[in-house]
Design a binder for this molecule. Structure first.
Ligand code: ZN
Length: 332
């Protein structure tokens, strides 16, 4: 946040690669608000590196609108979990934090609110309830896998409770890889269908393989946080993920930690027929390695087409790859 111009370029990069698939330019507000950093303050005059947090948040909203206006995108304000919850301070304390943040969003005309990264569905319910008072549409996601939340509430029950709390969009974000996330969304959809609830579905998985991890997802990977490159998913994994998510009925498809702009582009390209267009960044390349035909190296000229890249099982390239379940085993 020291350099808003840099942050703006980051948003523009992602917008050009998505072609507004998510129709969101999102500022990651959560790291600067009083919910995660209560000593910083949300609407108080306390400082962060000499700047008031509220000023940073206003600047971020302005920046998000500037980028969104260039590509006809929407702007979402994000709120997240609060230390007040795990410290047992109760519903009023949690909702009070959210109220401060939502006020900034309303003052700065965001289009909708995303309540994300919840480990406990009870907290998600409290936050959704407060966010709904804004009158804006509310999307809500939890950072959970198939084993459910940190109080062992199943993903299905989490989804039903979030929808009943008022969330217009329900799903998961972060912690788990795209393939594992699909399994969690399946469980959520089943339960929602069973309860006769029809919120939109949303998924923003990590861009790292997390096979074999438990509730903590990628945080449990021995490579976290400084050697995660070995686990990065390919753009072709994302093609498969996007198709699987779409077929499941998910209509808000994106990415969280580990996703790069080219991953977002892969979602937009995989679903280009459904959307009726390609993202602007597709002009920079031809999908499925078509440009490899121009290579001066015969072996590279062979690596062209969906069948080649879709069926490729990437190796780690390391002389002693681990033989336990750290290697990806796509499920879709
Ligand atoms: Zn994340």
């Amino acid at each position: 946040m020291k350099n808003l111009a840099l942050k703006k370029s980051f948003h523009i990069l992602y917008e050009r690669h998505s072609g507004n698939l998510n129709r969101v330019v999102r500022y990651r507000y959560k790291y600067l608000t009083l919910t995660l950093l209560p000593t910083i303050g949300g609407t108080t005059p306390q400082n962060l590196n000499g700047r008031r947090c509220i000023d940073l948040n206003k600047a971020a909203c302005r920046l998000a609108h500037e980028v969104a206006n260039e590509g006809n995108a929407l702007v979402a304000g994000g709120v997240t979990q609060s230390p007040s919850y795990t410290q047992g301070k109760g519903k009023d304390a949690v909702q009070s934090n959210i109220r401060d943040q939502v006020r900034v969003f309303l003052d700065n005309n965001v289009d909708f609110i995303i309540c994300e990264f919840f480990m406990y569905v009870e907290e998600a319910e409290w936050v959704i309830e407060e966010a709904k008072k804004s009158g804006l549409p509310v999307a809500a996601t939890m950072c959970i896998g198939t084993t459910g939340d940190y109080a062992d509430v199943s993903p299905g029950e989490c989804a039903v409770r979030m929808a009943k709390a008022g969330a217009d969009v329900v799903g998961v974000n972060c912690m788990f890889d795209p393939y594992m996330t699909i399994e969690t969304i399946k469980a959520m959809k089943e339960a929602l269908d069973g309860a006769g609830l029809r919120p939109y579905l949303m998924t923003q998985p990590n861009g790292f393989f997390t096979t074999g991890t438990g509730k903590e997802g990628y945080l449990a990977c021995p490579e976290y946080p400084f050697a995660m490159e070995a686990r990065v998913v390919t753009r072709f994994d994302i093609n498969k993920f996007a198709r699987a998510a779409y077929d499941l009925g998910v209509r808000y498809i994106g990415g969280c930690c580990g996703f790069e702009a080219y991953h977002i582009r892969a979602i937009a390209e995989e679903l280009s027929e459904e959307r009726g267009k390609l993202p602007p960044a597709s002009a920079k390349h031809k999908p499925w390695g078509e440009n490899n035909k121009l290579s001066g190296t015969p072996a590279i000229r062979e690596r062209v087409g969906r069948a080649y890249w879709e069926n490729l099982v990437p190796s780690t390239g390391r002389p002693t790859p681990p033989t336990h379940d750290l290697n990806p085993k796509p499920k879709v």
